[in-house]
Ligand binder design. Structure first.
Ligand code: AR6
Length: 179
């Protein structure tokens, strides 16, 4: 099946975007943290934290495993949904395992978005902040895994890569053109 989703790159604060869903680079507890997670919880307000607390724990303190995704409402954000995914911590000794877990995050986000008929999704550069994943490598995994996942999800028409840094913006623009 062919998906003609447009992949674009935007340099912005993800909490300002008007799309149907934004992706959060969350922690296992889904109860907030630093980086983009902190920004999303701050902008969404306490209703988001309360909804996350109601999501079932798989194990004590763990609501989402690395490479998986969970969906909540957008609360005070201008979006219908927030897709929370837990990216891998970069490990120099296991780069391919890290790549696979990061690819799994992108696939899981597309899958849950398709299930809820969300057509436009904005992604941050998952794992490249506090989790320490090398930026260029993460960008390559993001674009490749999304292109593959989108092929099976024709309802998703608009993907935005949201970058904070100039370096990420340039890297994604190049990869979106060439991958
Ligand atoms: N809009 C878009 N991108 C942002 C924003 C924003 N408002 N704020 C930061 N970024 P990080 P991770 C970028 O650290 O590496 C948290 O504590 C940032 O520049 O947010 O996956 C969680 O609770 C970087 O490029 O996420 C987890 O425990 C990218 O978002 C852990 O950190 C990801 O950086 C997740 O770490």
């Amino acid at each position: 099946m062919k998906n003609r989703a447009s992949l674009s790159v935007v340099r912005a604060d993800i909490t300002m975007l008007r799309v149907e869903a934004i992706v959060n680079a969350a922690s296992h507890s889904l109860l907030g943290g630093g980086g983009v997670d902190g920004a999303i919880h701050a902008a969404a307000g306490p209703g988001l934290l309360a909804e996350c607390q109601r999501l079932p724990e798989i194990e004590p303190g763990i609501r989402c495993r690395t490479g998986e995704a969970r969906l909540t409402g957008g609360h005070l954000l201008p979006v219908r949904a927030v897709i929370h995914t837990v990216g891998p911590l970069w490990n120099n000794d296991a780069p391919l395992e890290c790549d696979a877990l990061l690819a799994s995050c992108y696939r899981a986000c597309v899958s849950i978005a398709a299930m809820h008929r969300l057509r436009s999704i904005a992604f941050p550069c998952i794992s490249t902040g506090l989790n320490g994943f090398p930026q260029q490598r993460a960008a390559q995994v993001a674009v490749t895994s999304l292109r593959q996942a989108l092929a099976a999800s024709p309802g998703i028409t608009d993907i935005r890569f949201v970058c904070i840094s100039h370096a990420d913006t340039v890297a994604y623009q190049h990869l979106v053109r060439t991958t």
